[in-house]
Design a protein around this ligand. Structure first.
Ligand code: GTP
Ligand code: MG
Length: 453
């Protein structure tokens, strides 16, 4: 299929070392020759994959720059690509882009380069999604997960599963071609066993999704507790700098404060809230409402209590709200004489840690515990973890379809009908890699990209 020649600025719009303007399509080299000249070689004779130093000429200015040509099919998109490297500047790159448009190139849409790579069979749909994950990564674990997609690790797993399903379908086909009671019985047993293996692999994959979602979205730690217990001090200690205002006045924090840190490659989003107490102050009341609301979107609640005071009704009310939620109870101010009854607290919470936010004691234990609570084992560099909600849903739907097959087998449905149900699983899995052609999915995936990628 032939597409029109598209162009876009691929580097961020701003001031920097270099800007890269990319062009993709049959006319790329021809259009380049109209605005780029080189003393050593005519543009039309450019050797692929070789950088040439030359001059870019636009209507309003000239710049010294480099250009490179990637000849189809050995390029990112599988089509002819050229890149122009100019000095880094928003105005400069825009001027070059305009000149390319004037000479016949079309403005690329968001993600169009990668979409072409997919449409030209250079990458699978999940590999393309890995590219966007890499670009938008905010933590090391996100980068690793994105890379695993780009490197085709999920794709390979899916292809293996599809191959296994194809083998099962082939067996059914043979037994249908040679009707024989014994063979049919044997085939049914085989199908059952082999589908069980497929299911096991899908379940293992699906089990990575809660860890994957934390990697993708970060883990939200919401700090709650009464006033003056040291919530803001704890936030500062966890961040290692004084982000929040700390005073001995009750009700210091009024609004929600949000800041993130990274631990073992995972992004944690810390949310400090207003201390919860009866208050007549309007601003403080709003803050308290927000604090209560924040509890609802926490991955883990960090419930702070002051170890120098016994629990009171305000605490018990909060503890009631926290029941059944993922929480860590922090007994703070252990540098002072303690009045809190620790055994009582340990009965109320599965996770209790004693710390001093002021003296920064026990802070690392909070990070370690929070990590262990949301990440299933060590995130190994090479392990495939489902971070993308689209992939997670497809695996869940595939498991449901497999359940249908199992149900049909229980009901002694004939092998030819069973084959149809099994084929449905194969097709569903193909939605991950994009082999099951659904245009709407493809459009949805690439709409998340930025222009120039
Ligand atoms: N000795 C001691 N004092 C602490 C510790 N943590 C906090 N404090 C003190 O307790 C007081 C209240 O601390 P904040 O961090 O502002 O408490 P908060 O829970 O955020 O208070 P509000 O924002 O009013 O709800 C300050 O005077 C802190 O210095 C600690 O571990 N040990
Ligand atoms: Mg505070």
């Amino acid at each position: 299929m032939e597409y029109k020649t598209i162009t876009a600025i691929s580097t961020p719009i701003g001031t920097g070392g270099i800007s890269i303007i990319r062009m993709c399509g049959k006319q790329s080299l021809d259009i380049l020759s109209k605005i780029f000249s080189c003393k050593t070689c005519e543009v039309k004779n450019f050797e692929p994959r070789k950088m040439y130093l030359g001059e870019v000429t636009t209507e309003h200015f000239k710049d010294k720059g480099m250009a490179v040509y990637f000849m189809a099919p050995f390029s990112y998109t599988g089509e002819d690509i050229v890149e122009i490297h100019t000095h880094g500047g928003a105005k400069l790159a825009e001027g070059v882009l305009k000149e390319l448009l004037k000479n016949g190139a079309y403005m690329a849409e968001a993600g169009e380069f990668t979409k072409r790579a997919f449409l030209n069979g250079k990458i699978s749909l999940d590999e393309a999604e890995g590219v966007i994950d890499l670009i938008t990564s905010e933590s090391d674990s996100q980068i690793r997960a994105g890379y695993n997609l780009v490197a085709g690790k999920l794709k390979n797993k899916i292809i293996n599963l599809q191959e296994k399903i194809t083998e099962i379908l082939a067996k059914i086909e043979v037994s249908l071609d040679y009707p024989d009671e014994d063979l049919e019985e044997e085939t049914t047993l085989d199908v059952k066993k082999e589908l069980g293996q497929v299911e096991e692999k899908l379940i293992t994959l699906h089990n990575t999704s809660s860890t994957g979602q934390v990697i993708k979205n970060g883990c939200r730690l919401v700090i709650v507790g009464k006033t003056n217990v040291g919530k803001s001090s704890l936030m500062n200690a966890l961040l290692n700098y004084n982000r929040a205002i700390v005073t001995n006045i009750q009700g210091t924090t009024r609004d929600i404060l949000e800041e993130s840190f990274e631990y073992k490659g995972v992004k944690f989003i810390l949310i400090d809230t207003a201390g919860i107490r009866e208050s007549k102050n309007k601003i403080e009341q709003i803050g308290i409402e927000r604090a209560k609301n924040a509890i609802s979107y926490a991955d883990i609640i960090i419930y702070v209590i002051d170890g120098t005071k016994p629990l009171d009704n305000n605490d018990y009310n909060l503890i009631e709200v926290l029941k059944g939620k993922k929480a860590i109870c922090i007994i703070n101010k252990i540098d002072l004489a303690q009045k809190i009854e620790i055994p009582k607290i340990k009965k109320l919470f599965n996770h209790v840690l004693e710390v001093s936010a002021l003296e920064e004691k026990g802070i690392e234990n909070i990070k370690k515990l929070a990590y262990d609570m949301v990440i299933d084992g060590e995130v190994k560099e090479n392990s495939v973890i489902l971070t993308n909600i689209r992939h997670i849903n497809i695996i869940a739907e595939s498991l449901k379809l497999l359940d249908n097959v199992k149900q049909s087998m229980k009901n002694n449905v004939s092998l030819d009908l069973l084959a149809l149900d099994i084929k449905a699983v194969w097709l569903k899995l193909g939605e991950i890699t994009g082999t099951t052609d659904v245009e709407a999915i493809v459009d949805m995936v690439f709409s998340k990209f930025c222009v120039g990628k």
